[in-house]
Design a protein around this ligand. Structure first.
Ligand code: ZN
Ligand code: ZN
Length: 185
């Protein structure tokens, strides 16, 4: 969680891993909501990191951080399908619905999928769609979930809730069958 004022907690966490803010090479924003970008201004000051965000969420980023894109050094604007080094080659997949510029990050060789808020988990580890009130287009969001289920992954790392560390794809397929398909029929 990256609301405004989270920077000290983030730095404490980085240091708990035996690293320092200088070691942070990339900050990849899965989308532009305030709970994901709120502390970016401070993190820009205390790291040298490259900042990545999809072009369609730049307006949210500007609104929720007060930054102007021209003033963000090391800003990389994504369109989808780029490869970023994140535990090895990781593909950016544009997955609109929750926001226009939501992205997934897919590390094919490690079978890891970072879902941002496109697909989250609840406290008992079950999958969940993001809340309707925070989601721009729920039908498009559901289509994005169905599309991501075509990828081959074992580990799902959501923007909220505990990670799923094994058999994630089969859990997603079951979720689609039991929850999403039922709702849309
Ligand atoms: Zn969100
Ligand atoms: Zn969120």
């Amino acid at each position: 969680m990256w609301f405004e004022g989270s920077d000290e907690g983030i730095v404490d966490f980085i240091e708990s891993l035996g690293s320092s803010p200088d070691d942070v090479k990339s900050i990849i924003l899965t989308h532009g909501h305030p709970d994901h970008v709120g502390s970016l201004p401070e993190l820009i000051d205390i790291t040298e990191a490259q900042i990545f965000i999809h072009e369609m969420d730049i307006s949210l980023l500007e609104r929720f951080t007060g930054l102007k894109k021209e003033s963000i050094r090391n800003l990389s604007i994504l369109k989808g399908n780029e490869n970023i080094d994140l535990l090895g080659e990781t593909q950016v997949i544009h997955s609109p619905g929750h926001t226009d510029g939501s992205i997934l990050l897919y590390n094919r060789s490690r079978k890891i999928l970072f879902t941002g808020d496109v697909l989250i988990t609840n406290s008992n580890g079950g999958l969940s769609l993001p809340k309707q009130e925070y989601t721009k287009d729920m039908e498009m969001e559901k289509e994005s979930v169905k599309r991501l289920a075509r990828l081959d992954f074992d580990v799902l790392l959501p923007g909220h809730g505990p990670p799923i560390i094994e058999n994630a794809k089969s859990k997603v397929l079951r979720f689609i069958k039991e929850v999403i398909s039922q709702v849309t029929v």
